[in-house]
Every structure is written in structure tokens, then in C-alpha cells.
Ligand binder design. Structure first.
Ligand SMILES: Cc1cc2nc3c(=O)[nH]c(=O)nc-3n(C[C@H](O)[C@H](O)[C@H](O)COP(=O)(O)O)c2cc1C
Length: 185
């Protein structure tokens, strides 16, 4: 797929089939991710790939964390939470390293990790896959971070849910750049 076509036609696709993705396909996404720019070449992105029962373990952690915070929640609500990571056959959590040198800024590391996420979305689209970038409360949950091997003060910039698309979403027109752009000439 040509680059501009991929950029213009990529759309969030949250509804994907449960069929597992071959490991090589996931590796292609990760390979695309690490082509992103990053300042001082610190490669600040960290990926945790959850497939199969790995997703179930994440769901268990999410439900347990929620039960701790909200002890009155009914079991059905916790079951719903537990099932969230099962919405796609592969979930790629993307965390960000904290800077270890003064010259490296956390905001720039976050920018680089976000660029890696966008590369994965575009690569998924080019491969005919459906993908969605999710965050929500789970990206900030200390128990989720611990399970994924991230420190409490490390950011998770997203969970990329990816699989074979259930259907092709209706194309949507995005607002143009004009009202967000000033030209200084
Ligand atoms: C940082 C970030 C976090 C997001 N988190 C969520 C999320 O938690 N749930 C969700 O449904 N979509 C999430 N999205 C996807 C947006 O909803 C989606 O990109 C937006 O609706 C525009 O649709 P498009 O990607 O098809 O252009 C997130 C996107 C970004 C960039």
C-alpha cells in the first residue's frame, strides 16, 4: 500500500476476529514501531505483547485491581473487565522509559513511543489488519503496570489491539488542517 493511501485510509477498527495472528505478523508491526524517530537514540519504547492466555492474565489483573478499588462491584462487572483484553487476538502494551540523563526529556520519550504506536497502526492497516489504540484507566493502573513489568512512574502510552478485521469500517472524512494551522511567511 502506498504511504499516503495508508495514512489517509487508516481508521480505528475495534471489532476484529478472535483468530490468532501469526507471530511473524506481530513482529512486522514491532519492526515498524521501532522505525519511529527518537531523540538521542534512546529507543525509549517498551513493548509487551499479550496473546492467548497472556491476555487472560492481564484481564485477571485488571479485574483484581478494580475489585480492590471498588469492593462493592458485582461479579458481572468484574467479569466484563476481565474480558476486555480478549477483544483482539493480540494486545501490544507500549510503555515509555524514564530518562536517565539530564539532556533526555520525558516528553520527548513519550513523543517517540507515540510515534511507534502510529507506525504500528499504519503497518497493521497496510497488512489488512484492524487495530485500535486504547488507553483509559488501565494505562494508568499501578497493578497493570506492575504485571507488565513497568515501574509505577513509567507511562503506558497505549495498548494496540490488533487482529483480522470483522468488517471494513465506513470511511470517515477527517477535518482538514486549515483551522489548526497558521502560516508565518
Ligand atoms: C492516545 C490515544 C488514546 C486512545 N484511547 C482510546 C480508548 O481508550 N478507547 C477508544 O475507543 N479509542 C481510543 N483511541 C482511539 C481514538 O478514539 C480514535 O483514534 C479516534 O476516534 C479517531 O478515529 P480514527 O483513528 O479512525 O481516526 C485513542 C487514541 C489515541 C491517540
Amino acid at each position: 500500500m502506498e504511504l499516503f493511501e495508508a495514512i489517509y485510509t487508516r481508521q480505528t477498527q475495534g471489532k476484529v476476529k478472535p483468530d490468532p495472528l501469526p507471530r511473524e505478523t506481530i513482529e512486522k508491526l514491532l519492526g515498524a514501531a521501532v522505525q519511529a524517530p527518537n531523540h538521542y537514540k534512546v529507543r525509549p519504547w517498551r513493548f509487551v505483547v499479550l496473546t492467548g492466555d497472556g491476555r487472560k492474565r492481564l484481564g485477571d489483573v485488571m479485574a483484581a485491581s478494580q475489585a480492590d478499588r471498588k469492593p462493592d462491584l458485582p461479579p458481572e462487572a468484574l467479569d466484563k473487565t476481565r474480558a476486555l483484553p480478549l477483544r483482539a487476538p493480540a494486545v501490544i502494551a507500549v510503555g515509555v522509559d524514564k530518562p536517565t540523563e539530564e539532556k533526555v526529556l520525558e516528553i520527548e520519550n513519550i513523543c517517540a513511543a507515540a510515534a511507534a504506536c502510529q507506525n504500528m497502526l499504519l503497518a497493521a492497516h497496510a497488512l489488512g489488519l484492524g487495530a485500535i489504540w486504547r488507553t483509559g484507566e488501565w494505562a494508568r493502573d499501578p497493578k497493570v503496570k506492575e504485571f507488565l513489568g513497568f515501574a509505577p512512574d513509567q507511562h503506558i502510552v497505549g495498548f494496540i489491539y490488533v487482529g483480522y478485521p470483522e468488517f471494513n469500517p465506513e470511511p470517515h472524512q477527517r477535518p482538514s488542517f486549515e483551522d489548526r494551522t497558521v502560516w508565518v511567511e
